[in-house]
Design a protein around this ligand. Sequence first.
Ligand SMILES: *[C@@H]1O[C@H](CO)[C@@H](O)[C@H](O)[C@H]1NC(C)=O
Ligand SMILES: *[C@@H]1O[C@H](CO)[C@@H](O)[C@H](O)[C@H]1NC(C)=O
Length: 213
Amino acid sequence: MPSSVSALLLLLLLLLAAAAAAPPAGAQSRAGESDPDPTPTPWPHQFHSVLVMNFTGALQLIDLWYDWPNGRNFNIIRDQLSPSLLYDLEWNNGTSFFYTLDGDSPTCRTAQLEVGILRPGWLDGAAYLGRRRVDGFLCDGWEKADFIRYYEDLETKRPVYWRFYTGREAHVMTFEVGAALEDAKWQAPAYCFDQTGAEEEDEADVRGGSASL
Ligand SMILES: *[C@@H]1O[C@H](CO)[C@@H](O)[C@H](O)[C@H]1NC(C)=O
Ligand SMILES: *[C@@H]1O[C@H](CO)[C@@H](O)[C@H](O)[C@H]1NC(C)=O
């Protein structure tokens, strides 16, 4: 689990790095068209989403709590039929905590990154892919910097599906705009701050938002 999570985390870091670069050429509207391409809807500043993830057939259920005003993002991850949850708590100062709460040996890892959580406008500059039916919804799609393909419902502008270039897919099951997780739930457990128990990761070892993305 830690190594696969790390790999996923690496994705996000790469995505964020790419996001800082110039928008891809495809983002420009196609020649001969008068209407500009549709642009992705920015993320609401607070939302809760339930995601079904599929990575080459391995399924996960993720509770995603995005909280931009408070500079934090939470992925609460359950592997299919697993009795335990993995908590991936990210702060905009670059600190992430990955921990479990239950079981015989609760664990915590921390990571310190140069980048914070995704901005609400992180999809700005993505290249338009066109319109197609995804998970039964008619969607507009965009590709961001070769790392992610992202689809949103034409009618409601809610995200429906996204897919990393690795093949990791997210199906958006719920999208509650404005929903916020209570402050107390954002507290990493004490053993995350215990120097002897906590494992510090170096920066190469990446961030967590990718687990949801
Ligand atoms: C998960 O993805 C694989 C392809 O990687 C696909 O064959 C399978 O049907 C998908 N499972 C679900 C439940 O969507
Ligand atoms: C970032 O913020 C979190 C939550 O307030 C805190 O636990 C952590 O120590 C902070 N990290 C740094 C490097 O200041």
